[in-house]
Design a protein around this ligand. Structure first.
Ligand code: HEC
Length: 135
């Protein structure tokens, strides 16, 4: 009996890890990271201007690739329909290696215009938590 209970708890813990806390980053830490690494190419204030990259205000609530007035790469445009509205797991892959993610998603060739890579999972999580607050 005891064994069964222990096992049930273990399963419950595993499920919690997969669904709830997998991308529970720290928005404040993400914001600091963004101030150092994303700012050179992005603004994120409402109606902010495009730089090398599009304005990121409300990016988690809008379909991918729809920042007004920004000309996305062909590869991005090809993938955008399939991405739809950004989900955590997609965005983590995107941040890790944007060209690789966009090629895989669209089946197309070419390159993303975003050359920056966020390699560490923890950094990706913090950035996603922060991006959700930008609206
Ligand atoms: C060297 C410039 C550069 C840096 C640094 C950069 N980006 Fe980008 N980003 C871009 C460009 C350019 C695009 C558009 C990509 C395309 O069209 O292929 C983009 C697109 C995006 C998108 C998709 C926006 C949409 O409208 O769907 C997100 C999200 C994003 N960047 C997040 C970030 C974050 C977070 C960081 C910091 C960790 C970052 N970027 C750093 C240039 C950059």
């Amino acid at each position: 009996m005891k064994k069964i209970v222990t096992r049930a708890l273990a399963v419950a813990a595993a499920v919690t890890m997969m669904s709830g806390t997998a991308y529970a980053g720290d928005a404040a830490v993400g914001e600091k990271y963004a101030g150092k690494r994303c700012k050179q190419c992005h603004t994120w204030d409402k109606g902010g201007k495009k730089k090398i990259g599009p304005n990121l205000f409300g990016v988690m609530d809008r379909p991918a690739g729809t920042s007004e007035g920004f000309k996305y790469s062909k590869l991005f445009v090809k993938a955008a329909d399939k991405i739809g509205t950004w989900e955590d797991a997609e965005l983590a892959q995107y941040l890790k290696d944007t060209t690789k993610f966009l090629r895989k998603t669209s089946g197309g060739k070419g390159r993303s215009k975003m050359t920056f890579k966020v390699k560490k999972g923890k950094d990706q999580e913090n950035l996603i938590a922060w991006l959700k607050t930008i609206k």
